[in-house]
Design a binder for this molecule. Sequence first.
Ligand code: CTP
Length: 437
Amino acid sequence: MKHSAPAPRSVFAAPEPSAGAADGHALPLAGRHLVLALTGGIACYKSAELLRLLVKAGATVQVVMSEGALRFITEATMQALSGRPVLTSAWDAREPDSMAHIHLTRQADAVLVAPASTDFIARLAAGRCDEIVSLACVARPPQRCALLVAPAMNREMWAHPATQRNVRRIVDDGAVLLGPAAGAQACGEVGDGRMLEPAELLDAVVAHFQPKSLRGLRMLVTAGPTFEALDPVRGLTNRSSGKMGFAIARAAAEAGAEVTLVAGPVHLPTPAGVQRIDVESARDMLQAVMPQVAGHDVFVATAAVADWRPAEAAEHKIKKAADAAAPEWALVENPDILATVAASVEARPHAARPRPLYCVGFAAESERLLEHARAKRERKGIPLIVANLGPATFGRDDNALVLVDEQGERPLPAGDKLALARLLVADIAARLALASA
Ligand code: CTP
C-alpha cells in the first residue's frame, strides 16, 4: 500500500499554544499566536522589550525582520527572547518547502508590525512582495489574521503627503493603526511619528482581541475620590484610588465604546482612547457630568463622591495660634451626582442618542452589603447597582462585585479589577442588547 508523504513541518508556523500562568490566573494573550514583524528604524530597540511583554502575556511569537531592521537590532536577541528562529528572508533554506511566507500566518491571530517604517508602509500600500515583511503581510489570510501596524518615523516623514496617502490606503485595506505617538524623537526633533511604548502596544494588542460588545455606544464614567477644600492646603477626601473606574473606562474602550471619564484627583494614567476630564470637588464633578449626559448611552458612577463639604473654605491657610481652640467646621451635603443624572433622564429622555441613558451605580459599603445596595438602587432610581465592600477594595488591584438589579443579585467571579471591569462591561452590553431587542 502506498502512503502519501506527510507535509514537511514548517519551521516558522505556529507552535503549540502556550499554557496559562502557573498561579492559575489567565494571561491576557494565552493561546494567541502572533507574528511580530520589525522593519528598519531606531525604534527596533524597543521591539525587544515589546517581544518580552507579549511572551510574558502568554502569546507565542514568531519574529520576522526586514534587512533594515537587522541593521538596528540582531536576530540573536529576538531569537533568544522568542525562543524561535527568526525569519529574515523569503529564501530561508531552513523551511522545507520554501514557503515560509505562507505558513507564517496560517495559524496566526495577528501580524504586528512594530516598528513600521515609512518605506514598509509604502510597500504595503502598493501591495509589493519584494521583501519578507510586506510579502508576509500580503500573503496573510485577512479574515482570520489581523494586521496591526505601529508606525515609527521622523515627524517630517510621517507628515509627508505620500506617507499620509499610504497610511489611508493600508487602513482602507484593513490594517489597524496603533499610534503613532507625539514627542521627542531619536533625531532630536519633536512631533508626531514616535512608536507607541512597548507597554502601550501590549495593551493595544490585548484590546484588539476583546469582544466589541459596545461598538457604536458612548459611556460616561465617574471615578476616584473628590476633594473638598477646607483651605488652600487642606481638605476632606477618602481612600478611593480610582482603579475600579479607570478599569471600567478601559474595558469599555476595549469593547469599542467611546468613553468619557470624569476623574477626581488620582494618579492614574488615562486608558488608551479615553477622553478624560479632571475635576476636584463633588460640585466640579456634577458640573463636568451634566453637559455630557445627553450625548452618552451608559453612565457608570464609580466615584466615591464626598457626601459633605465644608460650608465655607478659608481663603488662606488656617494658622495655629498658641491660645486658639482647634477650628470647627460646619458641613453641608454635596449634590448626589448619580441621583441627579438618573432624575434628569427620567424627567427628560433625550433624543440625541437612540436609547435613554442606562445608569449604573456602585455601592461602597462596610457592612450589610446587599441590604444597603438594594435600598440605594431604589433610592437613586437606577436599574443596576454594583455592590462592593469599600474598605476591602480601596487601593487594591482586586475586588469582589455583586450585581444588584430588580430581579435580584448575581455575584461576579472574584478577580482583578480589569477582569471584573470586562465582565461588568459584557453584562451591561447584554442588558442594552436585551432592552433594544
Ligand atoms: N454618588 C454620587 N454622588 C454622591 C454620592 C454618591 O454620584 N454625592 C454615587 C456613587 O458614585 C455611587 C453611588 O452613588 O455610584 C453610591 O455611592 P455610595 O458612596 O456608596 O453611597 P451614598 O449615596 O453616598 O450613600 P451612603 O454614603 O449613605 O452609603
